[in-house]
Design a protein around this ligand. Structure first.
Ligand code: AKG
Length: 254
């Protein structure tokens, strides 16, 4: 038995996402912030050659700033605690109908005055990428329009995968969504949004003076390949992936 009621499961299936407020305590979020700040200042981690680090240019100066660390749970005890939080696993188990395995984990800093992410779906068309992949985004800071909160297209996951099936990241043309309206999802620290890997989403630029930090996790159903996080990251770091991200204006420390 899990605690999510049938109405919420039906809402998730219809809309492709579900917001759960106050899932994580202030104490846990404070410890996540300590992890995030410690890592950002750690020159053994934030350095040339570390492919965990993603950088983005400042909107005006063009200076490249630390934008994300992935994978992250093995470096940050509080973030690992969030990834394994019984309340979150309970929601996932309700949505997927069975236990889940962590597939990917990321800390997004989104510094002040940096771009957002273009419209995309998180499903990757690798032959064995788990079709049950379900994302959980956790707000570490207040996440609102001004600092580039996430924006989703409710119900658009039902259209299936809308990009070429070449295994690469693709930004999506909003025209493919048949005029479906989008919805900004504003979150307080400790709130979470669960969403389907086919749900088109994007985020705007951070026009505030502070970073807008999110945790971003992917899970798959246990019966859909079991624990495959290591395999996922082996492939994630292939040269094609790096080259593609660079071609989109994202730079790595390398
Ligand atoms: O945190 C954000 O701005 C959105 C992240 C996202 O959509 C992604 O990493 O796929």
């Amino acid at each position: 038995m899990t605690s999510l009621c049938q109405d919420k499961i039906a809402e998730y299936e219809r809309e492709g996402f579900l917001v759960v407020r106050e899932l994580f305590s202030d104490d846990l979020i404070d410890r996540v912030i300590e992890d995030a700040e410690r890592l950002a200042a750690d020159t053994n981690i934030i350095k040339e050659g570390n492919l965990r680090c993603r950088r983005r240019p400042h909107l005006r100066t063009g200076e490249f700033l630390l934008d994300a660390l992935e994978p992250i749970t093995d470096l940050a005890p509080a973030i690992k605690e969030v990834a394994e939080h019984p309340g979150m696993l309970d929601v996932l188990t309700s949505l997927l109908g069975e236990p889940v395995c962590l597939l990917k984990d990321k800390l997004i800093y989104k510094p002040a005055s940096t771009h957002g992410l273009p419209l995309h779906q998180d499903y990757i068309s690798w032959p064995d990428f788990p079709k049950t992949c379900t994302l959980v985004l956790v707000a570490v800071d207040l996440s609102i329009r001004e600092n580039g909160c996430i924006e989703v297209f409710p119900g658009a996951h039902k259209a299936g995968y809308l990009s070429p099936r070449d295994g690469r990241f693709h930004s999506l043309d909003a025209a493919k969504l048949d005029g479906l309206p989008s919805q900004l999802v504003e979150l307080y620290p400790g709130d979470a949004i669960f969403f389907h890997c086919l749900l088109p989403h994007r985020s705007g630029p951070n026009l505030s003076d502070e970073a807008r930090r999110h945790l971003y996790f992917g899970y798959n159903a246990l019966s859909d390949g079991g624990d495959q996080r290591e395999h996922h990251y082996d492939r994630h770091f292939t040269w094609q992936w790096k080259e593609l991200k660079q071609s989109q204006g994202l730079k790595f420390f390398r």
